[in-house]
Ligand binder design. Structure first.
Ligand code: 7PJ
Length: 263
């Protein structure tokens, strides 16, 4: 899954693709490089980021989704928490809802269920503005797991079929480096529940902490994490560097044919 942030202030490619024509070109490059999904987001979830209005988020993402789906045979997911944006994105051709709030905002669960699209439920402790201030868990893996399973049960109760639900531990969302590493080590446990697991590790701050490198120099670290996550049973990798990640997965699939990431 290739990341397309159509925002002025995202984690690692902030502002780069905020011009729609450039954003679309970048999305098509990622599709040609082997992305099965393009994840289009119009609201930054970076620590400290400001909220965006429904209107502004729509203006950013809807034309881009429309153009990507018209130009290439690639599936688009929409990275949003707002029910209005979910509905408009689906109408524009989006085929999955990726929500860092796991459909907890008012109306989001009902909107997603009505649309009948697959949903990715992500764990986040707190909210983006303050989530990295002092993340605390008594058992991070158990807490993330039980939150995600409860949200999945809520989705099923709302009418979303089990097969349409993906789980994501939310690396970097209200977590210290140690929390992230523990979640990474325990991915097989999360994957054991039968829901496909999605992981976003690409260029994240934990790599800055581990390697000491700035965001634009985290490719090797990101690829190492992609390999580890794939071996941990992840089904979808949300990444910035699609071609290079493809190579990693091709190598992994050659060595261990059964471990191939499916999307
Ligand atoms: C994630 C996401 C993630 C899911 C972002 C960044 C931050 N959605 N949106 N999982 N991260 N599902 O790309 O660094 O990890 S925005």
């Amino acid at each position: 899954m290739g990341v397309l942030n159509v925002t002025p202030d995202s984690f690692s490619d902030g502002g780069l693709w905020s011009d729609p024509a450039r954003a679309i070109r970048h999305a098509l490059e990622m599709a040609d490089a082997g992305a099965d999904w393009i994840d289009v987001g119009g609201e930054s979830t970076r620590p400290g980021a400001r909220p965006v209005s429904v209107e502004d988020e729509m203006k950013r993402v809807i034309p881009v989704i429309r153009e990507i789906t018209a130009a290439r045979n690639v599936r688009v997911s929409v990275d949003t928490s707002k029910p209005e944006v979910m509905v408009a994105a689906a109408e524009a051709g989006a085929l999955m809802i990726n929500d860092v709030y796991a459909l907890r905002l008012p109306g989001a669960l009902e909107a997603a269920a009505r649309l009948g699209l697959p949903v990715c439920l992500m764990h986040m402790q707190g909210e983006p503005r303050t989530m990295q201030d002092e993340p605390r868990y008594s058992d991070v893996v158990a807490e993330v797991e039980s939150f995600l399973l409860q949200r999945a049960a809520d989705c099923v109760a709302a009418g979303i079929p089990r097969e349409q639900i993906l789980l994501d531990p939310g690396f970097g969302f209200g977590k210290t480096v140690q929390h992230n590493l523990e979640l990474l080590r325990q991915l097989p446990r999360l994957a054991a529940h039968g829901f496909p697991v999605l992981a976003g590790l690409s260029r994240k701050a934990m790599l800055g902490a581990i390697t000491g490198r700035d965001k634009d120099k985290r490719l090797a670290g990101s690829l190492a994490l992609a390999m580890l996550a794939a071996q941990g049973g992840v089904s979808v990798l949300r990444v910035h560097d699609v071609a290079q990640t493809r190579d990693v997965l091709d190598v992994l699939a050659a060595v261990w044919p059964d471990s191939a990431v499916t999307e």
